[in-house]
Design a protein around this ligand. Structure first.
Ligand SMILES: *[C@@H]1O[C@H](CO)[C@@H](O)[C@H](O)[C@H]1NC(C)=O
Ligand SMILES: [Zn+2]
Ligand SMILES: [Zn+2]
Length: 549
């Protein structure tokens, strides 16, 4: 999936930078195709390479790998120009140098490739550029560029857990091998305590990546649509005029929501800040009407279905866009600083939003009609906001992202949550489940968290999510003493049953919920103890969630 993810970054920001450089590359391609002397030169170099003796080639290859690694380190230590204009200059400069070097013979292949690689680093749409390189850069040089790319990607991918979660969160992600029933060892990703914790101690807290109130509460002025704070008795709620009818507890929440996703999905402001896309085309009135229509269709669907997972995916895509925009034109507002998510530890490579969910488990979502419809509506909203943005979610990607929300979203309920959440309707296969140890019927909304997504389920868990600030900021609390190195687990569902359910009834109910919601056949201590006592006819079939990659 790594290569896939790269594809989905920042396709949007093919602004002045990209457009002018695309023209440049296209010109270069044209020149190569049409200028006989240019072509002859390239052919000559191909021949020269083939004259090299095989053995020498082998030795050279090994040495080259070492050298490339070293050069890659150097390039990565170089600062990236901060503004869009400077990046454009940097890009043009290095493509120019690469082009000059690439016609000076094999001795210059590596330096040429390094220049192309530098240009690639700042290009908003790397995959597209790689495709352009493939067509335009002489093959041996192109191969070196690809070697550099795969070295870099591998390191980013493998180094991820070295930097994330950051040490101050007191937990780490570990891959452990577990002996499955078939005696075959399987890999399991778990969250481990970095130190001892007392009963009731707070282990860490984190803000959601994306959050969504339940649809029956959205637009009712009972809770803030951004932070989920109870505003039912507040006199100063903010109610901007957007199509979803969202309400906020403060200007701050409204601003954050707008910047992160609300404006792109349901608003009518510029979809991407003007300072990011330099010389952004003036949007026509007609385009705005179409954008509005696509948003209305989406909102109608949401209100009719009460589904929120599609909205979590939608907000995720929108927030990804806004984070990428921030990288291109950093807005240092204190507001954004406060809403920060746990950043990987210092010195880490720059990870995008997609990097962060790439490693999360997901459920396999079937493309039934309703799912196809919501996907279509979401794509429409994205493409009507910014041309090409719908590329973020082709159907395959959408199904995976929805599956990630389905598997990892946590139900939010502060102060005990609510009492009369309307039950899900329709076919049970279409019900949306969230991780809620206190019972889904108490939640007011759902949210995706970066670190807490790694908690696995147990019916006798060591931690529980808690929302003591009255918002969707999750605090992870130890439900018993935990020692350093221990795996942390939470209950994905209410494990005690409802009301005066017997132990057997509670057991049966949670097995069904775990199987339906997460495809889990729990093997925790309290379940394996129980398993022996219950006739096997009531057992649910074993099934498993998809492991990433
Ligand atoms: C959606 O929620 C509203 C408000 O609670 C309810 O009236 C409606 O029946 C629900 N629709 C579905 C399909 O669940
Ligand atoms: Zn708020
Ligand atoms: Zn269990």
């Amino acid at each position: 999936m790594v290569s896939k993810t790269i594809q989905y970054t920042t396709v949007v920001f093919i602004s002045t930078v990209a457009i002018s450089s695309l023209a440049y590359v296209a010109w270069w391609d044209y020149k190569r195709r049409n200028d006989p002397s240019f072509r002859k030169k390239i052919r000559k170099e191909h021949k020269k390479i083939h004259k090299h003796a095989k053995a020498a080639e082998e030795r050279a290859k090994q040495q080259r790998t070492e050298d490339l690694k070293e050069s890659l380190e150097k390039i990565k230590a170089e600062p990236v120009p901060p503004t869009a204009e400077e990046r454009e200059q940097y890009f043009m400069q290095h493509v120019g140098v690469g082009e000059q070097l690439s016609v000076q013979g094999p001795a210059f292949h590596v330096p040429a490739a390094l220049s192309f690689y530098r240009a690639l680093r700042v290009y908003p749409s790397p995959v597209e550029l790689i495709m352009i390189y493939q067509k335009t850069v002489p093959e041996p040089i192109f191969k070196i560029v690809m070697d550099l790319t795969s070295m870099d990607t591998k390191e980013r991918a493998e180094g991820y857990y070295h930097y994330f979660p950051p040490p101050n969160m007191n937990v780490e992600v570990k891959q452990i091998l577990v002996a499955a029933e078939s005696e075959e060892q399987t890999r399991k990703i778990v969250l481990i305590a970095r130190k001892d914790f007392r009963y009731g101690e707070n282990i860490y807290q984190e803000h959601p990546v994306v959050a969504q109130l339940d649809m029956d509460l959205e637009g009712t002025s009972k809770y803030c649509s951004h932070c989920f704070r109870d505003i039912s008795s507040s006199l100063s709620t903010i109610r901007p005029d957007d199509l979803l009818g969202s309400t906020y507890c403060s200007n701050e929440c409204q601003m954050l929501a707008s910047m992160q996703s609300q404006n792109l999905l349901f608003g009518c402001g510029p979809p991407v800040p003007n300072n990011v896309v330099v010389g952004q085309k003036e949007r026509t009135e007609e385009a705005e009407i179409e954008r509005r229509a696509s948003q209305e269709a989406f909102v109608n669907f949401l209100k009719a279905s009460n589904w929120t997972q599609v909205l979590l995916v939608a907000r995720f895509c929108a927030r990804h866009v806004s984070e990428e925009a921030k990288k291109l034109a950093p807005l240092h507002t204190p507001l954004l600083e406060r809403a920060r998510l746990p950043e990987p530890a210092a010195g880490s490579p720059q990870y995008s939003f997609f990097d962060h969910i790439e490693r999360l488990k997901y459920l396999k979502v079937e493309p039934i009609d309703m799912v196809m419809l919501e996907h279509h509506l979401l794509k429409d909203v994205l493409s009507k906001a910014v041309d090409g943005l719908e590329e973020l979610v082709d159907l395959e990607m959408y199904l995976v992202m929805k599956g990630k929300m389905a598997y990892n979203a946590i139900g939010v309920a502060s102060a005990g949550g609510r009492n009369k959440r309307p039950g899900a309707k329709g076919r049970i296969e279409t019900w949306e489940w969230t991780r809620t140890p206190y019972g889904t019927n108490r939640q007011i909304g759902s949210a995706l968290y970066r670190v807490s997504s790694y908690l696995s389920h147990s019916c006798s868990p060591s931690v529980r999510p808690s929302f003591p600030t009255g918002t969707n900021e999750l605090h992870l609390v130890a439900t018993r003493a935990i020692s350093k190195g221990e795996e942390l687990t939470m209950a994905y569902t209410n494990t005690h049953g409802d009301g005066d359910d017997s132990i057997e009834e509670a057991y049966r109910k949670r097995r069904v919920r775990l199987a339906r919601g997460w495809k889990i056949a729990c093997e925790c201590e309290s379940c394996t103890g129980k398993k022996a006592e219950i006739p096997s006819a009531t057992m649910v079939p074993e099934a498993k969630a998809e492991e990433p990659i």
